[in-house]
Design a protein around this ligand. Structure first.
Ligand SMILES: *[C@@H]1O[C@H](CO)[C@@H](O)[C@H](O)[C@H]1NC(C)=O
Ligand SMILES: *[C@@H]1O[C@H](CO)[C@@H](O)[C@H](O)[C@H]1NC(C)=O
Length: 167
């Protein structure tokens, strides 16, 4: 019985160690289908948070849309006259959000007034979760770990229950 429990506990620890790989370490590529007559405020909400060094990849039809980076005033007024940068060639445009700030993009073809504009606030990438150490894991870290690995923990506990019942 004790032997089985030790084995099950070791298995549980091994599973937990495998699951403890940090979930997000590198820049993400976020694709956006950039098209007229679309209101992008929900899109921004759904794709938040954005992190510094993420890439925004705009897919659009040349001649139907352009991508214009503007300042906050340009965003609010749908005014491209003080454009920081504009892009209208090809079919895709990849832009790296390489600072921690709010970026503003509009389409200058008039569709901005219908919601074809983006205000994207970037955050610093959170530090990777600390490596699991059986002796020194704070309660908060343990709780966060449990939240992010609920499925793995569930199966490990189920496995443990099965193993113990077998004895
Ligand atoms: C985009 O840039 C080009 C060249 O820099 C400029 O001629 C054009 O007016 C700009 N368009 C917008 C909408 O800012
Ligand atoms: C876009 O959608 C948001 C949220 O649904 C709304 O508050 C906003 O007024 C819309 N903008 C336009 C231009 O329709």
């Amino acid at each position: 019985m004790v032997g089985r429990m030790r084995m099950a506990a070791a298995l549980l620890l091994a599973l937990a160690a495998c699951a403890a790989l940090p979930s997000r370490t590198a820049a993400n590529k976020i694709s956006i289908n950039w098209k007229p007559n679309t209101n992008y405020s929900d899109w921004v909400a759904q794709h938040s948070p954005f992190y510094k060094d993420d890439w925004l990849v705009f897919y659009y039809t040349a001649g139907q849309a352009d991508v214009v980076q503007v300042d906050e005033a340009g965003y609010n007024k749908c005014d491209a006259s003080n454009a920081i940068y504009n892009y209208s060639k090809g079919r895709t445009f990849a832009f790296q959000l390489n600072e921690t700030k709010t970026y503003y993009f509009i389409c200058s073809y008039g569709y901005c007034f219908g919601g074809m504009r983006l205000a994207i606030k970037t955050e610093k990438l959170p530090p990777p979760s600390p490596p699991p150490s059986a002796s020194h894991r704070s309660a908060a870290a343990a709780a966060a770990f449990a939240r992010s690995h609920a499925a793995v923990i569930f199966y490990a506990v189920a496995l443990l229950a099965v193993l113990l019942r077998v004895v």
